[in-house]
Design a protein around this ligand. Structure first.
Ligand code: ANZ
Ligand code: ZN
Length: 857
């Protein structure tokens, strides 16, 4: 095919995808002797259609996969489906379609879409977590964990939605009501299954230090989630016996140094003492009810007004003879943390201060900043910084750590009743992982309840416990509960009648080991083949959304520790490298009536936005993450079928650093598409010149070629895709200039073109194949090696320019001496150190050749 024709992406792309499939190019073999590289993108939930977030995520992963393949690695790049979960059941309820049917139909259509992106995936390893084969193996893992003592059955308080008949997470309780049903949520005691992730709290925390290819923010989020705090458990003596018969209240504090600033004690609404007081005090009972209705999510607690009610009980101050403090029930104390009780020191804790101001409790400053004097007094803002103790008797003049130590030592040495009054204690915010869900569309928990024998694991030879097909969704609740035969079983131990567990597993369980299963997806006799898993893990590069920064990653880290304990291979850290990509954003549009309008329905009329059909004016709103509810979405299918996948991929990689949000604009897509066409023409022009002897040495072009290869490889390795893209624009300009010069020898042109195709192949793989064939190369560009850099050509011919933003030097950039202004501009804007100071496009860029670049933000 001649390159003088316009490049017809949709047709050409389909041809190459068929050719790759035909050649089975991306199938990975476990016994391949080359060094391994495992790149993985977080697998999608089969909602039905891919969105631009997927396109961005999978494009990045594909660039890495294709690059590493070219570098000689045996690359594992698999794909599957995170396929259990509520949406399938909702669809069943609303549309009367079986969750299985709905899910597999969605998988089929999304797979088609993913295929149209030209991703170099090993589809032979594909599975869905709702495949019986997968959840069978997951049941095996559950039983292995159970055997190892990593699973516990505990009763716990849960938020119960009486209409949907299901447990709700704290986040699903909004103003005391279920997020879906709107029903008043009840607190219920429920027996549930837990994975004992807290056994690994210290290990999970300590090992974060070793995750040096994870973003700092994610490591911090994990640390905070585990929330290790060193403190003191201390007991306050009550002045009179409580209605529950208690004579003391135990609190957990991380600031025992502030004890002389204590002015009250408070317990959680769920604390036994509060419950006992409520029995005789309707006002306390009403307060407790109100508090529990508010919901117990951290956000609800942080944002609610700090309120309490005096129980009338009093406790003695441990160091001030005769001093007593009131005991409150307060709405900001969590029952699930520490002991569910605190002492309040208003001067040094904002919540306590808000509370004290409301209820007129004393505020005694006991720590002053290092640079203040002893008259320091907090006003309406608690002082939580470093400092020196004041107003604190024997602690006066001490640092905070010394004072903490002094109080701990004294209380440890003093008896209250027959135990020391204080005990140093490490507390974790991390809770055991409750995995029970009262739902149908999940992995059945493989146990049986027998009156005589108790909990009996389903024997290995009776696995898998499969989900029955004949279920109904016409009434709320778990269909498994009311299934006539699923629940009725014979006890494997005593042969008596027994009942099958009807809870299914949290879908986070499914995604906690799929990356390990990809290494040997067809193993039927075990979930994970240890030596195969160990040969592939850790994943070298994991890419996904930051919304999974906590739970999914932490659960997976726990899981691999549990897997090791269960004897399935020792790779405690599943992800060596983690990258969290930014969102895809778009302008939002509203019509005169205030309804959201899709971008495709908006056209410009004399510069003003109007509705394409009705012509009525459209208000252009903020640029926000694409979301169905605001309709500011662009369908990947539309883009791919009209411009081709390479355009979509190129756009996703251009201009914006991958960790930042990228704004989807028509202009951006057009310019990506123009570049695809331009490369095609450029290669065509080059073909006509490749046999020319030329009169020059071609050295300038050769140097530019090799400098570009080196830059692009380091950009891709650092996941700086936008910088690699900028390099390719620059390179195309250099090549174009060289072509215009009749002195340039064909050999240098051939070298440059050949290398350029190899370098953009990871990003625009279809165009690469077409160009590859056009210049007469054999085989596939996708199977070609990365070009070798001739180091001797890398020296000189480059200048380093300082880059200023608003007059301040922020970066440096090295460019070819004869680089075009627009290339320098593009390269400068791609610099992270420049991006950081920009809030959108700059107002002006001034390039003074060979001297300096000035960006006006
Ligand atoms: C007295 C005190 C004085 C406190 C002071 C803080 C500042 P972290 O770091 O998160 O572990 N606390 C303890 N248990 C609680 C519960 N169940 N619900 C709500 N708050 C609770 O925080 C520990 C601190 O949080 C503890 O130290 C306690 O208040 C409070 F100037 O004790 B502190
Ligand atoms: Zn039995």
């Amino acid at each position: 095919m001649s390159t003088s024709e316009r490049y017809n992406a949709p047709t050409i792309e389909a041809k190459w995808r068929a050719a790759w499939d035909e050649a089975d190019l991306f199938r990975t073999h476990n016994d391949d002797p080359r060094p391994k590289y495992y790149v993985l993108e977080m697998f999608p939930y089969p909602s039905g259609r891919i969105h631009m977030g997927h396109v961005r995520n999978y494009t990045m992963g594909d660039v890495v996969a294709r690059y590493r393949r070219a570098k000689g690695y045996n690359v594992l790049h698999p794909m599957g489906w995170d396929a259990f979960g509520m949406p399938a059941e909702n669809a069943a309820m609303q549309n009367n379609i079986h969750p299985r049917e709905w899910t597999y139909a969605n998988i089929a259509s999304m797979k088609k879409q993913l295929k149209s992106m030209g991703l170099s995936l090993d589809w032979s390893r594909e599975f869905a977590t709702c495949d019986v084969d997968y959840y069978h193996q997951q049941q095996r893992l559950f039983l292995a964990f159970l055997k190892e003592g990593l699973v516990a059955r505990k009763t716990s308080k849960v938020n119960w939605d009486p209409v949907d008949q299901t447990v709700l997470a704290n986040e699903q309780v909004i103003d005391g009501r279920g997020w879906r049903s709107g029903a008043q949520v009840e607190q219920r005691e429920l027996s549930q299954w837990f994975f004992k992730i807290t056994d690994y709290a210290d290990d999970l925390l300590d090992a974060i230090d070793g995750l040096d290819r994870w973003p700092d923010k994610v490591r911090l989020m994990q640390r905070n989630w585990i929330g290790r705090s060193e403190g003191l458990r201390m007991r306050f003596e009550m002045k009179s016996t409580g209605p529950d018969g208690s004579n003391e209240i135990e609190v957990f504090t991380t600031r025992p140094d502030t004890i002389f600033g204590a002015s009250f004690v408070a317990v959680a609404a769920g604390h036994p003492l509060a419950q006992a007081v409520a029995a005789a005090r309707p006002d306390v009972a009403a307060f407790i009810e109100e508090t529990q209705r508010m919901g117990t999510s951290a956000v609800a607690i942080e944002s609610a007004e700090k309120k309490g009610i005096d129980t009338g009980l009093r406790v003695a101050h441990p160091f001030l003879e005769g001093e007593v403090m009131p005991v409150y029930v307060a709405n900001f104390i969590l029952m699930e943390y520490g002991t569910g009780a605190i002492f309040g020191c208003p001067a040094h804790d904002q919540r306590d201060l808000d509370f004290a101001l409301k209820y007129d409790l004393p505020v005694i400053t006991v720590v002053r900043p290092n640079d203040a004097d002893d008259t320091f007094d907090v006003g309406v803002e608690a002082y939580t910084g470093d400092g020196v103790l004041i107003n604190s008797h024997f602690l006066n003049g001490m640092t905070i750590p010394d004072a903490k130590d002094a109080i701990a030592s004294r209380l440890e040495a003093r008896m209250l009743g027959n135990q020391p009054q204080g005990e140093r204690k490490v507390n974790y915010r991390l809770r055991d992982w409750g995995i029970s869900r009262q739902r149908y569309w999940g992995c059945p928990i493989p146990v049986i309840h027998c009156e005589a024998c108790g909990i009996v694991p389903v024997p290995e030879d009776q696995l898998p416990v499969t989900l029955p097909d004949d279920v109904t969704f016409d009434v709320p609740g778990n269909p498994l509960d009311r299934h006539p035969t699923f629940t009725k079983v014979t006890c494997p131990t005593c042969d008596g009648p027994a009942r099958r567990e009807t809870d299914t597993m949290d879908t986070f369980v499914d995604s906690s080991w799929y990356f390990a299963r990809f290494t040997a997806p067809d193993a039927t006799d075990m979930p994970i083949v240890p030596d195969v898993m160990e040969s592939w893990l850790p994943v070298d590069q994991y890419i996904g959304g930051v919304e999974h920064a906590i739970l999914h990653l932490l659960y997976s880290r726990f899981f691999m520790r549990a897997v090791a304990k269960a004897g399935y291979g020792d790779r405690p850290e599943p992800f060596a490298g983690l990258f969290t990509q930014g969102m895809v954003t778009h302008e939002t549009y509203k019509d005169a009536a205030g309804n959201w309008v899709f971008p495709e329905e908006v056209v410009l009329d004399n510069g003003a936005a109007v509705h394409a059909k009705t012509g009525e004016p459209i208000t252009v709103g903020a640029v926000e993450s694409m979301s169905k509810s605001k309709k500011n979405v662009v369908d990947p299918d539309e883009i791919i079928s009209s411009y081709g996948a390479d355009t979509a991929r190129w756009f996703m990689l251009s201009d914006t650093p991958p960790e930042r949000d990228i704004e989807w604009t028509d202009g951006g897509v057009d310019s990506a598409h123009r570049f695809v066409q331009r490369v095609w023409r450029l290669i065509g022009d080059a073909i006509g010149r490749m046999e020319d002897p030329g009169t020059g040495d071609g050295l300038a072009l050769r140097k530019a070629t090799h400098a570009s290869i080196r830059a692009i490889e380091s950009d891709i390795e650092g996941l700086g895709f936008n910088r690699a893209v900028a390099r390719l624009y620059e390179w195309a300009n250099v090549l174009q200039k060289a072509l215009a010069d009749p002195a340039t020898p064909g050999a240098a042109i051939r070298e440059s073109v050949d290398a350029m195709i190899r370098c953009f192949a990871p990003m625009m793989p279809h165009l690469a194949e077409e160009c590859w064939t056009a210049i007469g190369n054999e085989g596939f560009a996708a199977a070609a090696s990365w070009p070798k850099v001739d180091e001797s050509l890398l020296v000189e011919d480059a200048v380093t320019l300082p880059v200023q933003v608003n007059g301040k030097k922020r970066a440096e950039i090295t460019v070819p001496k004869d680089a075009a202004k627009e290339d320098i501009e593009r390269a400068v804007l791609a610099l992270e150190d420049v991006q950081r100071f920009l809030d959108g496009p700059p107002r002006r860029i001034i390039v003074v050749p060979h001297r300096i670049v000035n960006v006006v933000a």
